[in-house]
Ligand binder design. Structure first.
Ligand code: AMP
Ligand code: FE
Ligand code: FE
Ligand code: ZN
Length: 279
């Protein structure tokens, strides 16, 4: 069976590796296809596709958008988006400006407590990348204030923690509309991450379907077979295509391996991609 990974992050957002390195890793792992799904940007897609052509890996254009949902956020993947789409570019520009303002506010809160993080320096160090809380987390680790990225989030950067600043989110409808207008297929990412009740999940999926979402990420790092079967049933019930991916971030999330998840539990068949792209 041909295996794929439809959820990966590069250093164009908060992954550790370049788009080219991500594709070369996919090749070395024997994956038939990967989607590059950076947070709020499709700027790595062309580079990944060029590398994919060189080494013989199918690269699917992708993006991952944060959408507001009841005071929290739900992530929406978009597959097949045109990275040059004007409408998409203009909304993403706005999101990056919002993020910059939010990053400045977080840096101010940190500096009030004597922790110096220079946003301008971060932006210089990661030219063309979408800068977010993961970059702050790495700074806190480098400064010896946190033991790991996870520890930095748990103690300082998660919602409700001292240095968290909420940013502006698109609504679910706006996210789906934007992806569809850019030629893509919207998919709800890692559905268990939102800790929804059964009723909450029903509400999310009903809203998602009416917004034009056409897929549900049923296979994901850490999801065991029982979970996967439950999600596959939900996908059938709501007429959604099942998708799957690891959410690989390279060394920034060292417990996740491309294509195989946390301990080999992840296996995403190529058929998922074919069915999704026919939608
Ligand atoms: P941001 O979009 O700047 O708010 O950052 C969100 C990103 O940070 C997510 O997409 C994850 O990649 C990462 N993240 C969020 N929460 C955690 C956590 N508890 N541990 C590790 N990474 C996290
Ligand atoms: Fe991330
Ligand atoms: Fe996500
Ligand atoms: Zn992701």
């Amino acid at each position: 069976m041909k295996k794929i990974d439809l959820h990966t992050h590069t250093d164009i957002s908060d992954g550790s590796e370049t788009p080219e390195a991500a594709v070369r890793l996919a090749k070395s792992l024997g994956l038939a296809a990967i989607a590059v799904t950076d947070h709020d940007t499709a700027a790595g897609v062309k580079r990944a596709k060029a590398e994919g052509e060189k080494c013989g890996v199918e690269v699917v254009s992708g993006i991952e958008l944060g959408c507001g949902w009841h005071g929290s956020e739900v992530h929406m993947l978009g597959y097949g988006v045109d990275p040059d789409d004007r409408g998409l570019a203009s909304v993403l520009d706005r999101i990056v400006r919002d993020r910059h303002e939010r990053n400045v506010k977080m840096a101010k809160l940190l500096s009030d407590d004597g922790i110096g993080i220079d946003v301008a320096e971060l932006e210089r160090r990661h030219p063309g990348s979408v800068i977010g809380r993961p970059h702050f987390a790495l700074c806190l680790v480098e400064a010896g204030i946190a033991d790991s990225v996870k520890d930095a989030f748990n103690r300082f950067l998660d919602p409700g923690r001292k240095y968290y600043v909420r940013r502006h989110f698109l609504s679910l409808e706006e996210g789906a509309e934007l992806i569809i207008a850019a030629g893509g297929r919207p998919v709800i990412a890692h559905p268990l991450q939102y800790k929804l009740s059964d009723e909450g999940m029903t509400e999310l999926l009903e809203k998602a379907v009416s917004a034009g979402v056409c897929g549900l990420e049923c296979r994901y790092s850490g999801y065991g077979e029982e979970t996967v079967q439950r999600l596959l049933k939900l996908a059938v019930d709501y007429g959604l295509c099942p998708t799957g991916g690891s959410d690989w971030h390279g060394s920034h999330k060292p417990h996740i391996s491309m294509g195989s998840g946390e301990h080999g539990e992840l296996c995403v068949p190529y058929d998922y991609l074919e069915a999704l792209m026919k939608r």
